[in-house]
Design a binder for this molecule. Structure first.
Ligand code: 5RP
Length: 228
């Protein structure tokens, strides 16, 4: 197994093997999650999927997976989702695909969460991947200044950048905006998570701490299982 895509596919297929008939399953967002959704659909199980984005809902529906909505399903047995970085104790950075809020809502409602990724996503400490921060659009420039203060409190003297695509701000499925903070190295992810959440206008951030129960990581030698 060599390319990152091969590794993502193998991780997605390994995760699909964890799903049992009758389960309600959180469906993550991104290219690795798409492999999972395809492998899950191929199993033909009687399950309900709870998508974390409109893109995943569309993919799952096109493959014949029955969908439920968070808030309508009784509980979620298992959520499988990708990550941008996997750090110590399965701390994660997510949100590269701008779906972090819906992802976190689904993760937090799940009994078990499994993160799937290629080997490049494993890091000794979080922060090389710019941390996505979702903010409400109203007054977002002012919120960005307050995010700078929160970052400075955590000894991160950096300014977050508004995420653009084709010159226009990227909008999340919920109509919010994303700022990316190139932290470099996050010494204390929990402190940073608290500081960011205390800023009015910040809806959420891409630090997923103490949420993943297991990681399935594709490597050149096969899929490796990690636990916190
Ligand atoms: C989307 C995410 C994705 O899971 C993350 O960006 C990983 O994406 P990919 O599987 O395409 O590498 O957090 O918001």
């Amino acid at each position: 197994m060599s390319s990152a895509d091969d590794q993502k596919r193998a991780a997605g297929e390994a995760a699909a093997a964890l799903v049992e008939n009758g389960m309600t399953v959180g469906l993550g967002t991104g290219s690795t999650s798409a492999w999972f959704v395809k492998a899950l659909a191929a199993r033909g199980l009687d399950i309900v999927g709870v998508p974390t984005s409109l893109a995943t809902a569309e993919l799952a529906q096109s493959l014949g997976i029955r969908l439920g909505e968070l808030g309508q399903v009784k509980s979620i047995d298992l959520t499988v989702d990708g990550a941008d970085e996997i750090g110590p104790a399965l701390s994660l950075i997510k949100g590269g695909g701008a779906a972090l809020l819906r992802e976190k809502l689904v993760w937090e409602a799940s009994r078990r969460c499994v993160v799937i990724a290629d080997a490049e996503k494993r890091v000794a400490s979080l922060g090389k991947f710019p941390l996505p921060i979702e903010v409400v659009a109203f007054g977002h420039e002012t919120t960005a200044l307050r995010i700078c203060d929160a970052l400075a409190e955590c000894d991160l003297g950096i300014a977050p950048r508004l995420r653009l695509k084709d010159g226009a701000p990227v909008k999340t499925d919920g109509g919010n905006l994303i700022y990316d903070a190139a932290c470099g190295r996050i010494e204390d992810p929990a402190q940073l998570a608290d500081a960011l959440k205390s800023v009015t206008g910040v809806v959420d951030h891409g630090l997923f701490l103490d949420l993943a129960d297991m990681a399935l990581v594709g490597t050149p030698d096969g899929v490796v299982t990690l636990e916190p």
